[in-house]
Design a protein around this ligand. Structure first.
Ligand SMILES: [Zn+2]
Length: 338
């Protein structure tokens, strides 16, 4: 069940499908595009009843790696704005640096929620509170605090994006959770680790002990698909006992998808194949689109694909919602794996 990743990934707490980009480009990924474990469960009698008679679920998530563009992002966005001859866009990406009254272009949660609302969808936003990071200091969580009220009031979710060095450290994880809860003003139940770092089953045990109710880190960092062959949430086991944490596997991450796909068309075809498999086996497909994607001129195609996916799923009458809703529903549904 855990065979679909390389030994190298293990040592770093991250899971790649192959060890190098070069191998990946020439690799047939069809074996991870089919949820074989879930298919077997369904063939053996697994039945899932979705709310309002929907056939499948789509879980939307955003990791908030930055709320202020680092300098190289600003340069790239300004360059593309000039190329597009888009003056408003150019102003948006430059003036916030010199005028503190102008918000950063990455404080774009309202814009993301407005897009999702058009498709009768909701999502989860995972914020970082860790101070240590291998690349740069990311942001002070208090700067995002004034935006969280609207996120929660509209029915979207705020969760923790665990720090790069925290996935196997209980103290760090508990402290990061407390920090987010102090700013949010309510308990946090949802989690995904930065860079998808996860140590099986240690991270799950730590998360459960820290009071999280679900995790959605289990996915590949350089390809899309079904890492453990499942398109359904499950409770992980450790030492023969089910842990008090629900894993909602991650299937499509924007960066990984576009790293693998050579074109918009191929990215769409792969996404469609995954979504159709989710529908076929009454599963849940989890997407991760980073917030900066929605405000970066050079990533316009990524944003376009997100809207295309939402439109497709909405037309198929999928239940498109956040991980918190999926957790509550699954927890009460009492699903029994055959
Ligand atoms: Zn991250």
């Amino acid at each position: 069940m855990w065979s679909r990743f390389t030994a190298k990934g293990d040592a770093f707490g991250q899971y790649s499908y192959v060890d190098s980009y070069c191998d990946l480009k020439h690799r047939d990924i069809s074996e991870v595009l089919s949820p074989d474990v879930s298919r077997t469960f369904v063939e053996n009698g697994l039945e899932i009843a979705f709310p309002e008679d929907r056939e499948f679920g789509v879980c939307l998530t955003h990791d908030i790696d930055d709320i202020y563009p680092p300098l190289h992002h600003t340069f790239l966005s300004m360059l593309y704005s000039v190329k597009d001859a888009d003056m408003n866009q150019l102003k948006k990406h430059s003036l916030w640096r010199v005028n503190s009254k102008i918000p950063s272009p990455y404080l774009n949660f309202k814009e993301i929620m407005d897009i999702e609302e058009k498709f009768d969808a909701k999502s989860s936003f995972y914020f970082l509170t860790a101070e240590k990071d291998p690349r740069r200091f990311r942001y002070d969580i208090e700067d995002a605090g004034s935006y969280m009220g609207e996120i929660v009031d509209r029915g979207w979710e705020v969760g923790l994006h665990g720090g790069y060095y925290s996935y196997d450290n209980y103290e760090n994880m508990a402290q990061e959770k407390r920090k987010l809860e102090a700013v949010l003003g309510k308990p946090v139940i949802g989690f995904r680790n930065h860079y998808l770092k996860l140590k099986i089953s240690e991270s799950w045990e730590i998360l459960s002990k820290a009071g999280f109710k679900y995790d959605t880190t289990l996915g590949f960092n350089n390809v899309v698909g079904f890492r453990n062959g499942m398109c359904h949430p499950f409770r992980p086991y450790a030492e023969g006992k089910a842990l008090d944490i629900l894993e909602i596997p991650l299937n499509i991450m924007d960066i990984a998808l576009f790293e693998y796909a050579d074109s918009f068309r191929q990215a769409w075809e792969i996404s469609k194949q995954i979504l159709d498999a989710g529908q076929k086996y009454n599963g849940i497909i989890t997407l991760l689109w980073h917030n900066n994607t929605f405000s970066s001129p050079h990533l316009k195609e990524w944003r376009k694909l997100y809207e295309k996916i939402l439109d497709y799923c909405n037309q198929k009458n999928a239940w498109i919602t956040n991980c918190g809703d999926i957790y509550e529903w699954w927890n009460n549904a009492d699903v029994d794996y055959p």
